[in-house]
Design a protein around this ligand. Structure first.
Ligand code: IPE
Ligand code: IPE
Ligand code: MG
Length: 257
């Protein structure tokens, strides 16, 4: 369980603003269900409900970007029946939620490889993104068949295909536009539920300077108050981006500031 820190910034009474971008590993669904003597997939179903609540709570708190890990590149290694249940749940969630998102001004983005998805799922993803593209409220990104290593590789491949001269050398600014989340600022706050303290190949490039929050709460139990607790913890941090405390004048300097 993350503890509240009392650092210099808190002592000075200057809390950070609400994070603009929160990235979440929604973990612990299977164990949550098992504890209740239910099949693992029941936990995944409950997980969709938790996501709905947390997105609403993020909107209320004024968060602009929420990015959630729904299925990792490595999750294909799970038993076939769980993988197929998760694909079905994703399909079903797109069918039932997208209309509400369109009305609630939520822009939906899906990142990850689509190569192993069914044509029906790919079509729904494309439709969902198109239907919500004009919304300018919260941006919800769902990472599905996503891996941070996949992202860096696909970005590098696309950069070199489009700008072959870069093979002689390129920098961060050349690669950045090709990363899957080029449209969003880097996450300010990372939350992982379920008790594990690892990144599991999530946004490894983009999390370089993100504040990391781990909680033992299982994802189906994570709710608005739990989110507020994580945000309050974040607001008490001091983000130095390599500098020292005394150099910090504004409350939230960007990495290259
Ligand atoms: C996270 O919960 C959801 C997905 C990976 C799809 P888990 O399914 O990993 O749940 P635990 O970690 O086994 O409890
Ligand atoms: C990470 O959770 C992926 C998602 C939440 C979608 P896992 O439960 O698959 O992570 P590991 O394999 O235990 O690290
Ligand atoms: Mg897990």
């Amino acid at each position: 369980m993350a503890l509240f820190s009392s650092n210099a910034r808190e002592a000075a009474g200057a809390a950070l603003p609400v994070p603009r971008h929160i990235a979440i590993i929604m973990d612990g669904n299977g164990r949550w269900a098992k504890k209740r003597l239910m099949p693992r997939v029941y936990g995944h179903k409950k997980g969709v409900e938790a996501l709905r609540d947390v997105v609403r709570a993020c909107e209320e708190r004024g968060v602009d970007y929420v990015t959630v890990f729904a299925f990792s590149s490595e999750n294909w290694r799970r038993p076939a029946d769980e993988v197929s249940f998760l694909m079905g749940l994703f399909l079903q969630a797109l069918q039932t939620e997208v209309d509400k998102m369109r009305r609630n001004n939520i822009r939906l983005k899906i990142i990850g490889s689509r190569e192993r998805f069914s044509p029906e799922l790919v079509a729904l993803i494309e439709q969902a993104e198109a239907d919500t593209a004009g919304n300018d409220g919260l941006t919800l990104t769902v990472a599905a068949d996503y891996g941070g290593r996949w992202d860096i590789l696909q970005a590098t491949r696309r950069l070199l295909a489009e700008r072959p001269e870069c093979v002689a050398g390129f920098g961060e600014a050349d690669l950045q536009p090709y990363l899957a989340m080029a449209y969003a600022p880097e996450p300010d706050l990372f939350i992982r539920t379920g008790g594990e303290q690892r990144i599991s190949n999530f946004l490894i490039w983009q999390l370089a300077y993100t504040e990391l929050y781990f909680t033992d709460a299982s994802w189906p139990d994570f709710d608005g108050p739990a989110l507020s607790q994580a945000i309050e913890w974040y607001q008490g941090r001091e983000r130095r981006f390599g500098r020292i405390s005394e150099q910090l004048q504004s409350s939230d300097l960007p990495p290259q500031g």
